[in-house]
Each structure stands twice: as structure tokens, then as C-alpha cells.
Ligand binder design. Structure first.
Ligand code: GLA
Length: 379
């Protein structure tokens, strides 16, 4: 049954439209999208799809293909950050931030693997945002939708994320990584042709999600912001490495290592773009690996499972490998020769088994297109 048929079966009428938005991987630029850094993610080929219909009253009904059963029901007056809902809050937060003027029925089919650090939450938020923008003719630009969906996650869900995941889910183009300036949301599409260079980006989902996640993320973000404040600048973006070293004694030990990661990662993003422009994947791989070392040792958001995935990928001849996303679990990426994919996968799976870890999952994806309305049904 496709999403249209499922919508009709549940709500007994057709949706007005169907929209979709992808998850992402991040080539480089980790934990710097709240410090005004440049980041270089691309959209993956897994999407969250939403079918939506405008109602005449203020009722909001939400159901997901992945969690069949009870329809979650609320209403526009009940939308507020301390209101009800579990995973539905990602969808409700967007409806709240976009101040919808009438109720909606929503059916969601999320194909982005959950909990894998591939931004299933941004995919959900952005699919709802493009649907609402179209259905309620709100006329927001993609940049504005990125700010709106980030606000939904920050204020409604309570996760102090940066703006990378939402931006790439909205603005990605097939065949390109998105070089995003998180200070002003200006973008440049960077061609990334792995396939014709015999390469692929293997995604290794460790299937672990350590409890530390949310607190650990917020704590590190706060350290980065504290450093900017002490230096009297807007964000880490405005501090160079020599400046940081010169004023090390004004910082706590944690502030210093967090900022060391942030500032060095910003440099690595530009180096990675230069390497891609020269089709120099060996250098790109080295930069990706340097990012992992920094995330593991200075930013300390890695975990044993991620480190084993990265180390084993390198033993098998990867050009570079690193953890991606928030950390403390989730996924790692490895830039590998396609012909070595099977061998790398089985070596990582064996290393996990030997260490007594959960069985990892493996994905690969070429850079895919961003969010769009895919069908207007009843309009
Ligand atoms: C999570 C957040 C993003 C970003 C990454 C780390 O995915 O949602 O905003 O900060 O972590 O780069």
C-alpha cells in the first residue's frame, strides 16, 4: 500500500499533498554548525514522506507507518512546547513554529533509519515544513524554513541542535555536497563524484545510542559559546588558532579542548573543499580521519564502538574514516574503494562480534536531492 492509499484507509479522504525530505551524512564540519562554521553534508537517498490534508477545524491528527495503532490527536490551541506528544513533537513543533491557521491530518512514512545519526528528525521536520509551506501558501524561502525547523527542534523538542541537518535536508542537490555557511546560510553546491572514481562512502551504524547524548551535546555547545564570550566575539568562527593558544590560560581545560576541535574543524572543512575541487580523495581521506581524531580526543564525543568501526575501516584500506553527527553512538563513515566494500563490511562486522558489540548495520548512499512536494492530490 502506498502512502496515499494508507492515508485514505485511515482518514477516509484523500490528502491534499505529499512531500518528502531526506536524511543526511556529513562529509566534514562536525559540531561547528552552532559556532557559525562552514559544514559540508550531503543528503542521503532515504526520505521521510508525509501526506497532509488541511482540515476545517483546529484538530491535528498524526499517525506514522512505523508506529501503527492509535492516531495521536491534539489541536492548534494545545500546541505549546510543554504540551503532549512523544516522537510526534518533531512534527508538532514545526506546525507550532509555522503557526498553521487550521488543523491538519498527517500520515508519516519515515524511511531514514532511526537512531543511526542520519538525521531522521530533520527529515521529519523538513517534510512537514515543505508540506505546510505549500499547503498554507506561506512562501518561506528554504533558508527561512531551515531557521523555522531548527527553532521547532530547539524550542519545542528541547534539543539545542545547530542548523546543518535541516539546511541540507531542505537545500541539497543530487550529485553535490552542500557547503553551508551556518552564519548566514549562504550555500555552494560542491560536486562530489565518488562513483566514477571507484569510491563510495560507507556508513556504519553502530546501533548504539549512549544515554549521554543530549546532555553531552548541550554541555559542549555551552563550552564553545563560553569561549566566544570570553574572547568578546560572536562565535568560535571569529577566533583563530593562534588567538586561542595565546589566551589559553583564560579558559578552563574543557573550554580549551572543545574550542581546539571547533577551530581546527573549521580549517579542515576548507581543506576538504579544496581537495574535492582537485579530485584529491587521498587528501580528503586524511582530512576526514583528522576530524575523527579531533572528535575523539579533543571534543570527546566518540565511543568505543565508533572507534572500532573507524580503526577497522582504516586497517582494511579506507582512505579516511570518522564518526559523524552528534556522537556517543550513531554512525561512522568510511571513504573506501567500492571494490573493497564487501571485505571492509565483513571485517568491521567481525571486529564488532569479537568485542561483544551489537551487530552493526551498513548503508551507502550517493548525494541525493533535498526536500520537495512530490504530489498534489486534492488541490
Ligand atoms: C547533530 C545536530 C547538528 C550538528 C551535529 C554535529 O546532528 O543536530 O546540528 O551539531 O549534531 O555536527
Amino acid at each position: 500500500m502506498n502512502i496515499l492509499e494508507e492515508f485514505v484507509r485511515i482518514f477516509h479522504h484523500e490528502p491534499d499533498l505529499i512531500a518528502k525530505a531526506p536524511g543526511r551524512v556529513n562529509v566534514i564540519g562536525e559540531h561547528i554548525d552552532f559556532s557559525d562554521g562552514f559544514v559540508l553534508p550531503f543528503a542521503i537517498h532515504d526520505y521521510t514522506t508525509v501526506a497532509m490534508r488541511k482540515r476545517e477545524d483546529s484538530i491535528i491528527r498524526v499517525l506514522s507507518h512505523q508506529r501503527p495503532g492509535q492516531i495521536f490527536e491534539t489541536s492548534i490551541p494545545e500546541l505549546n512546547p510543554s504540551g503532549k506528544g512523544d516522537w510526534e513533537r518533531y512534527a508538532l513543533g514545526v506546525l507550532w513554529a509555522m503557526q498553521i491557521s487550521s488543523g491538519v491530518d498527517l500520515f508519516i512514512d519515515g524511511q531514514v533509519p532511526l537512531g543511526a545519526g542520519l538525521s531522521s528528525s530533520a527529515a521529519l521536520e523538513c517534510s512537514i515544513a515543505v508540506a505546510v509551506n505549500d499547503l498554507f501558501t506561506q512562501g518561506h524561502t528554504l533558508q527561512a524554513l531551515a531557521r523555522i525547523t531548527q527553532r521547532a527542534e530547539n524550542e519545542y523538542v528541547g534539543m539545542p541542535c545547530g542548523i546543518m541537518d535541516q539546511s541540507v535536508s531542505l537545500m541539497a542537490q543530487e550529485g553535490y555536497a552542500l557547503l553551508l555557511d551556518t552564519r548566514d546560510l549562504s550555500t555552494q553546491q560542491i560536486p562530489i563524484d565518488l562513483a566514477s572514481n571507484g569510491l563510495e562512502l560507507l556508513v556504519i551504524d553502530t546501533q548504539v545510542h549512549h544515554a549521554l547524548v543530549d546532555g553531552g551535546y548541550a554541555e559542549r555547545r555551552a563550552d564553545c559559546e563560553a569561549v566566544a564570550k570570553k574572547f568578546g566575539v560572536k562565535a568560535l568562527r571569529d577566533i583563530s588558532m593562534p588567538d586561542l593558544l595565546a589566551r589559553k590560560n583564560e579558559l578552563t581545560a574543557n573550554e580549551f579542548v572543545r574550542a581546539t576541535h571547533g577551530i581546527s574543524e573549521m580549517v579542515r572543512v576548507h581543506q576538504a573543499v579544496a581537495a574535492l575541487e582537485e579530485n584529491n580523495f587521498v587528501t580528503l581521506g586524511q582530512i576526514i580521519s583528522a576530524s575523527h581524531t579531533s572528535l575523539r580526543d579533543d571534543y570527546t564525543v566518540s565511543c568505543p564502538e565508533l572507534n572500532v568501526a573507524v580503526d577497522e575501516a582504516m586497517i582494511q584500506g579506507a582512505l579516511g574514516a570518522r564518526m559523524i553527527g552528534g556522537g556517543f553512538g550513531g554512525s561512522a563513515i568510511a571513504l573506501i574503494h567500492s571494490k573493497e566494500s564487501d571485505r571492509t563490511i565483513s571485517a568491521i562486522a567481525q571486529a564488532f562480534e569479537k568485542n561483544g558489540y551489537k551487530k552493526p548495520r551498513f548503508f551507502t548512499s550517493l548525494p541525493s536531492a533535498g526536500a520537495s512536494v512530490i504530489q498534489r492530490v486534492g488541490l
